[in-house]
Ligand binder design. Sequence first.
Ligand SMILES: CC(C)(COP(=O)(O)OP(=O)(O)OC[C@H]1O[C@@H](n2cnc3c(N)ncnc32)[C@H](O)[C@@H]1OP(=O)(O)O)[C@@H](O)C(=O)NCCC(=O)NCCSC(=O)c1cc(O)c2ccccc2c1O
Length: 286
Amino acid sequence: MQTTREDSTTGGEPILWETPADCAYGDILYQHAEHIAKITINRPEVRNAFRPQTVRELIDAFHRAHMDPEIGVIILTGAGDLAFCSGGDQRIRGHEGYKDEAGVEHLNVLELQRQIRTLPKPVVAMVAGYAIGGGHVLHLICDLSIAADNARFGQTGPKVGSFDGGFGAGLMARTVGLKKAKEIWFLCRQYDAQEALDMGLVNTVVPLAELETVTVDWCRRMNQLSPTALRVLKSAFNADTDGLAGIQELAGNATALFYTTAEGQEGRDAFVQKRAPDFQKFPRRP
Ligand SMILES: CC(C)(COP(=O)(O)OP(=O)(O)OC[C@H]1O[C@@H](n2cnc3c(N)ncnc32)[C@H](O)[C@@H]1OP(=O)(O)O)[C@@H](O)C(=O)NCCC(=O)NCCSC(=O)c1cc(O)c2ccccc2c1O
């Protein structure tokens, strides 16, 4: 197994995760340290399969990390070494989706997928063991994927009577190429970490024992870089795939940056001061 190990500029010192006092989740864990949030699907008895409650809590945790100005990068992972996530919990699958506590059926993971793509901070999938089905799509949606050498990847939809024709198909094709994406979905094979690396499905493969150290090292590196540059780049990478919604994200960043300029503020100030705006003092840049 070939492993890729970057030179570390962040030292590889152990990270001391803390759980905020007001985090009361049942299916997931939320921890943070050093401007990094770590969100863990904590259902190892079912290979970290998700149910509506799991997805609801993940949405809440990602929102928390999104809104926390102390957080620069987010890690998504699964509890234990055996699985990142095995997709939707098949035991509670009803006629139209996955049944919640009240018996209402959902496909709320689609909302989570959109949230991970649009939140303006890098999200890193830290994958040990299986990333399968809807769990495979979750790692695909993340900006970067770091795989342990025991990781296994694949889609099972056509085998278990499901499919993800959204990002699960389209983003997969953009990531690994159309032929390979069709192979992944049409054959429902599993791929080991090296095969995933070879097809561009993950960024690097590391020994299981080093998975968190390397992931944290990558996060520390990103946290040393310009948060605005990373934010705008993330929306730029998504813009064409996500159509007008993608352009909206990219354009929202342009608007936010424009608000910080004297030119943008002149318009606001003129309105508040009930006077005509004076835009003549601003250059018409080439
Ligand atoms: C993941 C596996 C390959 C692991 O195999 P292994 O041999 O290591 O372990 P076991 O098979 O013995 O599993 C241990 C234990 O966990 C239970 N379990 C595993 N996965 C699930 C699951 N997804 N749901 C419920 N339970 C699960 C398993 O039954 C065992 O329990 P025991 O009580 O018997 O000990 C292998 O487990 C596997 O292939 N799992 C199924 C993977 C799968 O098919 N996932 C669902 C794909 S469909 C999907 O995820 C999906 C979800 C959505 O929300 C969508 C929304 C919109 C569009 C599409 C969606 C979509 O496709």
